[in-house]
Ligand binder design. Structure first.
Ligand code: CA
Length: 287
């Protein structure tokens, strides 16, 4: 009990000292460093994934894409920066902060991806021709973190490449959900996975979310948690879809937006709330 009390006190102090920040913004990750005692606290699992997730089953989430950007020092190479989801054959849903800098030609989308380290003959690599970012996306409030990416040509649907349906209504608190991504699997060592990771989460109540993040807006954001210490999202998971199953069909109700540092140590991660933007997404993804 004494240990638990000491731990909770430490957690509360560090929690108050850390701001919520969007994933994938390197300068935030490099400037907000911090209590190494918390970082090295033992994990409840012996895995070192998503953070705390596991390898996905290839083809289980065929709507997931890898949004990639040209390497500034090696402009012929692209690297994974964010996730995203297939809305239709020519449009991808992602987070605004993934695409709010740089040129359209800096980006490409890889659908049918699973193992980033090798060619599996299921990948469809398509250039981007348009970035449609919410005009009210606000880096300070972290609200309206939504963008639609238009592809230069149409995807071909198959077992590994397929669209996701958007939820009209955000599911109730505690709804069993999933999120997938190629984000860091270890924040301290900056470990990057090759295999797509999947994490089981559940929706957090608006009141709990507001208590965790001062940035929380229950109209533009929704939160989810694993309730297990040392599990959660991390850098390069941004833009990916938060989904739940209804009538055996996946429905997307969140877009990975931001978390608290270091990854995995806070009781929720935060997503743009799809139901609040559904009409805008549909208006901006017409073929
Ligand atoms: Ca591959």
């Amino acid at each position: 009990m004494k240990t638990a009390i000491i731990f909770c006190a430490l957690f509360a102090v560090t929690f108050a000292a850390v701001r919520p920040v969007p994933f994938d913004l390197n300068y935030y990750f490099e400037t907000v460093e911090y209590n190494p005692k918390v970082i090295t606290a033992p994990a409840r699992r012996n895995t070192d994934r998503i953070i705390g997730g596991e390898n996905d089953v290839k083809g289980e989430h065929p709507y997931q894409i890898s949004l990639q950007r040209k390497n500034s020092s090696q402009p012929c190479l692209f690297h994974h920066i964010c996730g995203g989801s297939i809305i239709n054959q020519q449009h991808i849903l992602t987070a605004a902060h993934c695409v709010d800098s740089g040129k359209v030609s800096d980006f490409r989308v890889v659908a049918g991806e699973y193992d980033l380290s090798r060619n599996e003959n299921t990948e469809q690599i398509i250039p981007v021709i348009k970035l449609i970012i919410r005009s009210d996306w606000n880096l300070t409030t972290l609200n309206n973190d939504i963008a639609v990416v238009k592809l230069a040509s149409k995807l071909t649907y198959n077992s590994y490449v397929a669209p996701i349906a958007l939820a009209s209504v955000t599911p109730p608190t505690n709804t069993a959900s999933q999120v997938v991504g190629w984000g860091l699997t270890n924040y301290v060592r900056k470990t990057r996975p090759n295999i797509l990771q999947v994490l089981d989460v559940k929706r957090t109540s608006d009141s709990d979310a507001a208590a965790i993040s001062s940035k929380y807006n229950n109209f533009t954001q929704v939160a989810a948690t694993t309730n297990i210490f040392c599990e959660g999202l991390c850098k390069n998971d941004s833009g990916g879809p938060l989904v739940f199953k209804q009538n055996n069909q996946y429905l997307q109700y969140g877009v990975v937006s931001y978390g608290l540092l270091p990854c995995g140590l806070y009781p929720a991660d935060f997503y743009a709330r799809v139901s609040s933007f559904k009409a805008w997404i549909e208006d901006n993804s017409r073929i």
